[in-house]
Design a protein around this ligand. Structure first.
Ligand code: SF4
Length: 470
């Protein structure tokens, strides 16, 4: 998916920019980048973070990041920030989201404006370069950003650092990704993760609305474009992607995860020895379940954190599975002879989970129950780069549907609807494949209630296929 951080300050801000960007490391695994504004021009640094952490890659650059205003990004797609020379002036740009109509926009640019785009090393056009081309069509930065928001299908939130030293911050027109402003004396910050604020001395000032554009300086912010009416924030941010200490729309991630667990506990009471959560994101759901059920919370698996960063994510699936296995160390004394329940954020492919569950039986577990905090994933995300390396047919639910209906299933809706016969059959098939004692997915209405926003304000496409139309 990716994340960004920006700061405009009356004092030197390089250190804050470094740590503020670093607090978005869990959102992407490919590239990290920073640009700072200086009177002589922009200073930009980009590093490959595929096999290393942002902090260690940028450590040596810290002393050179001198400037009072800057933007940083963790990207899952392209090298960023881009430095652009345009009729609007020089600027640096970072984007987060997924441009799904790239081919159409590129073709239109060729035909109408005779523009050209450079080829990225892995092939294709850089989405950030494409968004810059759309911005440059405007008569002002505001008009250009609105043009980009209108043209992009999928999602696009961005930070644009001007050569005057201020930053334009714009949230995706459907608000699928969050953008939040923070203030402290003499500085304004903008981030996707509000967890980047407290340790840098910022307090949350404002959550941008869908499509809203603001211009930030050290003195504060000025609204440049009003928020739109319709919000479709990604519900997966609360379930899995977001950091527990962050809040979106004023709703904290850990608080929602605790509530997700509590809803799961209320639906299917069980006699158990204890409750657990698959680290890291299953922990908050598991704690909520245990508290609601009045059961102890234990850690039959601990995560080996000293060397495995969460951001470390090999591109190869076999290597990913190996890393996932090496990170989790079972504790036989807690597992042997016990009946317990795991909360998990979601079941995506289920292959690694199957191995994890088998290891619990190998270590003497009597019963292993599973409660994913969201419904079965039936549709692959088409708005963010959430499932960039995953085919829809790899999803555990789709594999089960394929086994039931063959390669060309008819209507998927019954499988995406809690309580129908196809839904129950699919759930049972997944339970059997994972060799679980019981498996009960979260109901979508419970997930939405746990978040606390109206159903039509959150994107739930990957579970029920619903979308309000582009
Ligand atoms: S489809 Fe799923 S992952 Fe994608 S934006 Fe919607 S809720 Fe988020």
């Amino acid at each position: 998916m990716g994340g960004f951080f920006g700061i405009a300050s009356k004092e030197e801000a390089g250190c804050d920019l470094f740590y503020g960007t670093d607090y978005h490391s869990h959102l992407g695994t490919k590239r990290g980048g920073i640009a700072v504004h200086r009177p002589a021009g922009f200073l930009r640094v980009i590093h490959n973070i595929e096999n290393d952490q942002f902090r260690s890659k940028f450590d040596a650059d810290m002393s050179t990041l001198n400037g009072k205003t800057g933007i940083g990004v963790i990207s899952d797609t392209d090298d960023q920030p881009l430095l652009i020379r345009s009729h609007l002036g020089d600027y640096a740009l970072v984007t987060v989201g997924a441009v799904k109509n790239t081919d159409e926009l590129v073709k239109r640019s060729f035909e109408k404006q005779r523009l050209h785009f450079s080829e990225m090393s892995g092939g294709g056009v850089s989405p950030t370069e494409l968004v810059a081309a759309l911005i440059n069509q405007g008569e002002s930065f505001e008009a250009g950003i609105v043009n980009a928001q209108e043209a992009v299908q999928g999602s696009c939130s961005l930070l644009l650092l001007t050569n005057r030293g201020g930053i334009y911050a714009a949230r995706d027109k459907w608000g699928r990704t969050p953008v939040v402003l923070g203030r402290r004396d003499g500085a304004t910050a903008v981030a996707m993760e509000s967890c980047s604020f407290p340790n840098l001395g910022f307090t949350t000032e404002k959550y941008l609305g869908p499509g809203e554009i603001v211009f930030i300086t050290a003195e504060g912010y000025e609204q440049k474009s009003q928020p739109r009416d319709r919000l479709q924030i990604c519900a997966f941010l609360w379930v899995y992607y977001g950091y527990p200490a962050s809040s979106y729309e004023g709703i904290n991630v850990e608080w929602v995860r605790n509530r997700c667990g509590a809803f799961l506990a209320r639906r299917n009471p069980l006699q158990l020895d204890f409750v657990a959560g698959i680290p890291d994101s299953g922990i908050g759901h598991g704690l909520g379940y245990a508290a609601e059920a009045g059961l102890p919370f234990k850690r039959p698996f601990v995560k080996y954190t000293p060397t495995w960063a969460r951001s470390f994510m090999p591109q190869n699936q076999d290597q990913r599975d190996l890393v996932a296995r090496m990170k989790l160390i079972p504790i036989q004394e807690l597992i042997e002879g016990k009946k317990f329940l795991f909360c998990e954020d979601s079941i995506v492919r289920g292959t690694q989970l199957k191995d994890t569950i088998q290891r619990l039986y190998d270590f003497g577990a009597l019963e292993v129950h599973m409660r994913p905090a969201c419904p079965p994933l039936v549709y692959s995300c088409k708005f963010l780069n959430f499932s960039i390396s995953r085919s829809e047919f790899d999803l555990a639910a789709r594999r089960a549907i394929r086994e039931l209906e063959g390669d060309h299933p008819g209507d998927l809706k019954p499988y995406a609807t809690f309580g129908t016969e196809p839904y129950e059959t699919m759930e049972e098939k997944i339970r059997r494949r994972l060799n679980l004692t019981t498996l009960k997915y979260q109901r979508l209405d419970d997930l939405v209630a746990a978040i606390g926003l109206p159903k039509d304000s959150v994107c739930t496409y990957c579970w029920d296929g619903s979308e309000p139309g582009e």
